[in-house]
Ligand binder design. Structure first.
Ligand SMILES: Nc1ncnc2c1ncn2[C@@H]1O[C@H](COP(=O)(O)OP(=O)(O)OP(=O)(O)O)[C@@H](O)[C@H]1O
Ligand SMILES: [Mg+2]
Length: 337
């Protein structure tokens, strides 16, 4: 498909400007599991995360979506009190992470699945989990119950006594997920939980997250996987150093769907193209005998386009609204930055 006319739209900014004031107005009245205000991280001259403000409600599954280097891991590391922010603040379960006392309390209610799993290879899955249970000072009974519960849910129970050094990547990832839950945290934060996993292992983890969602736990996950985000997240933040937009997967998709029409023509010639370009409505793409046109107001603009094509001698075979996938919406948002 060739782009034959167009300029960069500013849809995403409008959406962000629209959403932000609403979220900020709510924040005074609701208690959020994760409340991030103007969070910023600089590594020397590198601005890794710029002025992030977002909230995650209790029981929500929040997906942070963004390209490589967008600042996802840096954000997670700040929220888990592993690195301090340069500016801004965040509270986790109501605890302010910038105070020593708050960060100690926040750590206890967070379970983290980091981007690097890091387990003790000579220990078995059970021994690893018991060790981390002790680190969290969780009662033995709780730890043992959770070991059984999660290793069974994740299909690792049979191999529980084998040293994790002999485990496959997917199995190690599952142990890391079980480890994050060993102390029954209110908030689970996962940095790309299905990265490098085969489709079956990814699906086990995804189904597992959906099960946790039913337990009303708050979950935040970083991902590149749009399909995953769409299936399991209640809200998605699109990040590229700064937050481009925060919305439900459905709204993100809808915010772009319906803004594009597809017109199939018997023939497309220079006169027809000139007539459509002259309307100055939005991007125009040509895919053999079909024109795809981005419109600001589909109801108002469609008849205008149809009339212009007819007046230029074009024979229209069909006119359809194009439904964009979340993937297309994502690429449009990220590509515009
Ligand atoms: N410890 C560090 N020192 C210097 N720069 C860093 C450090 N950690 C991260 N950065 C920089 O911050 C930016 C954001 O990195 P980050 O790892 O947060 O991105 P990401 O969204 O998690 O990417 P990916 O999808 O590849 O995991 C990058 O430019 C990275 O080089
Ligand atoms: Mg990362």
């Amino acid at each position: 498909m060739t782009k034959i006319y167009g300029h960069n739209s500013t849809n995403s900014h409008h959406l962000y400007e629209f959403i932000c004031p609403i979220v900020i107005r709510w924040s005074g009245k609701m208690s959020f599991a994760i409340d991030v205000q103007h969070l910023t991280k600089k590594f020397h001259s590198t601005l890794a995360v710029d002025n992030l403000t977002f909230q995650v409600g209790k029981g929500e599954v929040f997906g942070l979506l963004g390209p490589n280097g967008a600042g996802k891991t840096t954000t997670v590391r700040m929220l888990c009190c592993l690195i301090p922010p340069t500016e801004g603040s965040a509270s986790i379960g109501g605890y302010d992470i910038s105070s020593i006392e708050g960060s100690m309390k926040a750590r206890k209610i967070i379970g983290l699945v980091p981007d690097n799993v890091g387990l003790y290879d000579t220990l078995s899955a059970v021994e690893n989990l018991q060790f981390y249970g002790k680190m969290y000072e969780a009662p033995d009974q709780l730890v043992n119950n959770n070991i059984e519960k999660y290793l069974k849910m994740l299909d690792l129970w049979e191999k529980r006594n084998q040293s994790v050094g002999t485990y496959s990547k997917g199995m190690r990832q599952k142990v890391a997920v079980a480890r994050a839950l060993i102390h029954d945290p209110e908030i689970l934060i996962m940095d790309e939980p299905t990265a490098n996993l085969d489709p079956e292992a990814s699906r086990t983890i995804r189904d597992f997250i959906i099960e946790l969602k039913k337990e009303n736990r708050t979950i935040m996950l970083n991902t590149h996987n749009l399909d995953e985000a769409q299936r399991i997240c209640t809200k998605i933040g699109v990040l590229k150093t700064h937050m481009i937009t925060v919305d439900t997967p459905g709204n993100l998709q809808r915010s772009f769907s319906g803004s594009r029409i597809s017109i199939k023509l018997a023939d497309i010639n220079a006169q027809i193209l000139q007539a459509v370009k002259a309307l100055n409505l939005g991007n125009i793409f040509q895919d053999s005998g079909t024109l795809l046109i981005d419109l600001a107001d589909i109801d108002k603009d469609t008849p205008v386009v149809v009339n212009a094509i007819s007046a230029a001698g074009g024979k229209i075979k069909s006119v359809n609204e194009v439904k964009m996938s979340l993937e297309e919406a994502y690429f449009k948002l990220v590509g515009e930055e």
